[in-house]
Design a protein around this ligand. Structure first.
Ligand SMILES: *Cc1c(COP(=O)(O)O)cnc(C)c1O
Length: 391
C-alpha cells in the first residue's frame, strides 16, 4: 500500500495490476520444487488458457511480441509478403511483420471501436497481402466475421492481436477464437499479468507444434522431455529457432491470474458503467462503449475530446495531472514514429487513426480504484467541461 498523507493529493494511476498473496505463494511453490524454467506449470497454464479462451492449442511464450513473430512464422509469412495491420496500435503489431522480412501495410480504423474492419482492411489490401493482423484495441472486440468473409476467399491468413483482449467477448464467445492464430500479452499493463509473458493460440495443430519447437531453438526434443529422462535422447535442431520461453514461475502466476479474470472484468465494467453514468451527458466528450456484437473487458477505457469541449486533449491531460490523476494519451499511430518514416507502408487514408491518436485519452480503470478516487476523476473532468467547481 502507498502511504498517502492527504487523500486529496494522493495520486491516481491509470492502471495497476491486481496481484495478491496467492500469486506470491504460487511462485514460492515453484521455487521450492527446484524447477523454475519452462516445465509442468507452463503446460498447465497452456491447458487452462486454451480452455478459458475456447480454442484448440495454447503455446506459452515470453511476451506478445514474440507470439506475433511466431504467428507470422507458422503462417509462412516472409520476405515479399505484405501484412496489413492497423497503424493505430502499439508498435509491436507492425514490428512483428518487419521481423519476418514482410512489409507492414497500414490500414485505418473505425472511429467507434478504434479497430480495423473489413471496410478499412479492404481499402489497404495489396496484391502481395498474405496476412492481416486484427487488433482488439484496448480490449475492444474487433468485428471478425466480415474480416474472414473478406480474407478467406483470397487465401489471406487472419491473425488476431489480442494482447489486451483476455476476458472480452465477440458474439458470445471469447475473442481470439475465430482467427487462424491469436497472440496474447501478460504484461502488467494488460488485464492478466505474469510480469512479462505471452501466449499463442490456434486450432491448427501443425502450427501449434511448430510454434512449440520454434520457441525453444527448434529443438526436436523439448527441454522438459530431456530433463525428465535420466539418459537424455540426442536432440536435433530442425530449423533456426528462438528462445521465446515462459518460465514456470510466470506460469504459476498466470494460473492464479486466470482464476481472477472473470472478477477483474466484472469490476472494470462496473467502473466503466460509473464513468458512462457520470460523464455521458458532458458535451464535447465521446466515451468508448461496447459494440453491438460484443463486450469489452475495458483493459483501456478511452474518451475522445471533441472540438466543442472547452479544452483540447493536451489541456485536459494537464488539468487531470494537476488534480493528481494520471490519465494517458490514447493509442499511438505507428506510421508517425521515426521507425516507420521514409518506409513504404501503403497508401491507405489514415485520417481516423490520426484523429483518434490526437484526441483520445485513457482514464484510470483498475481493480482497486475506490469510489472516492473515481469521483475525483469524474469531478475533474466535469469541472474542465465547464461545470462550476464545488471547491
Ligand atoms: C501490449 C501490446 C503488445 C505487446 O505486448 P508485449 O507482451 O509487451 O510484447 C502488442 N500488441 C498490442 C495491441 C498491445 O497492446
Amino acid at each position: 500500500m502507498t502511504i498517502s498523507q492527504d487523500r486529496a493529493l494522493s495520486r491516481i494511476n491509470v492502471m495497476q495490476p491486481w496481484l495478491g498473496v496467492e500469486e506470491a505463494e504460487a511462485v514460492a511453490e515453484v521455487i521450492a520444487s527446484g524447477w523454475v524454467a519452462q516445465g509442468p506449470r507452463v503446460a498447465q497454464f497452456e491447458e487452462a488458457f486454451a480452455s478459458a479462451q475456447q480454442t484448440g492449442q495454447a503455446v506459452a511464450v515470453s511476451n506478445c511480441t514474440t507470439a506475433l513473430h511466431l504467428a507470422l512464422k507458422v503462417a509462412g509469412i516472409g520476405p515479399h509478403d505484405d501484412v496489413v495491420v492497423p497503424s493505430f496500435s502499439f508498435i509491436a503489431t507492425a514490428n512483428a511483420a518487419s521481423y519476418v522480412g514482410a512489409r507492414p501495410v497500414f490500414a485505418d480504423v473505425e472511429a467507434d471501436t478504434g479497430n480495423v474492419s473489413a471496410r478499412t482492411l479492404a481499402a489497404a489490401l495489396t496484391p502481395a497481402t498474405r496476412a492481416v493482423i486484427v487488433v482488439d484495441q484496448g480490449g475492444m472486440p474487433a468485428d471478425l466475421e466480415p474480416v474472414r468473409e473478406l480474407c478467406d476467399p483470397l487465401g489471406i491468413t487472419v491473425i488476431e492481436d489480442s494482447a489486451c483482449g483476455a476476458g472480452s467477448t465477440y458474439r458470445g464467445r471469447p475473442v481470439g477464437a475465430g482467427a487462424d492464430v491469436t497472440a496474447w500479452s501478460f504484461h502488467p499493463r494488460k488485464i492478466l499479468t505474469t510480469g512479462e509473458g505471452g501466449m499463442l493460440t490456434t486450432r491448427n495443430e501443425a502450427w501449434a507444434a511448430r510454434a512449440r519447437r520454434l520457441r525453444e531453438h527448434a529443438m526436436s526434443v523439448s527441454a522438459n522431455d530431456r530433463h525428465a529422462s535420466v539418459l537424455a535422447p540426442a536432440e536435433e535442431y530442425l530449423e533456426i529457432g528462438f528462445n521465446y520461453r515462459m518460465t514456470d514461475m510466470q506460469a504459476a502466476v498466470g494460473l492464479v491470474q486466470l482464476n481472477r479474470l472473470h472478477a477483474a472484468v466484472t469490476r472494470r465494467r462496473e467502473i466503466v458503467a460509473g464513468y458512462h453514468a457520470a460523464l455521458g451527458g458532458v458535451g464535447g466528450l465521446r466515451l468508448a462503449q461496447d459494440p453491438a456484437y460484443g463486450a469489452s473487458n475495458f483493459q483501456s477505457f478511452w474518451l475522445e475530446v471533441l472540438p466543442d469541449f472547452p479544452l483540447g486533449r493536451e489541456q485536459l491531460l494537464e488539468r487531470l495531472a494537476r488534480d493528481g490523476i494520471s490519465a494517458r494519451r490514447g493509442i499511438m499511430a505507428a506510421h508517425r514514429q521515426p521507425a516507420y518514416f521514409g518506409r513504404d507502408t501503403g497508401r491507405a487514408d489514415l485520417s481516423v487513426t490520426e484523429r483518434l491518436t490526437e484526441n483520445t485519452l485513457i482514464l484510470p480503470v483498475y481493480h482497486q480504484l475506490t469510489p472516492g478516487e473515481q469521483s475525483r476523476v469524474i469531478r475533474s473532468i466535469r469541472v474542465a467541461g465547464g461545470e462550476r467547481s464545488r471547491g
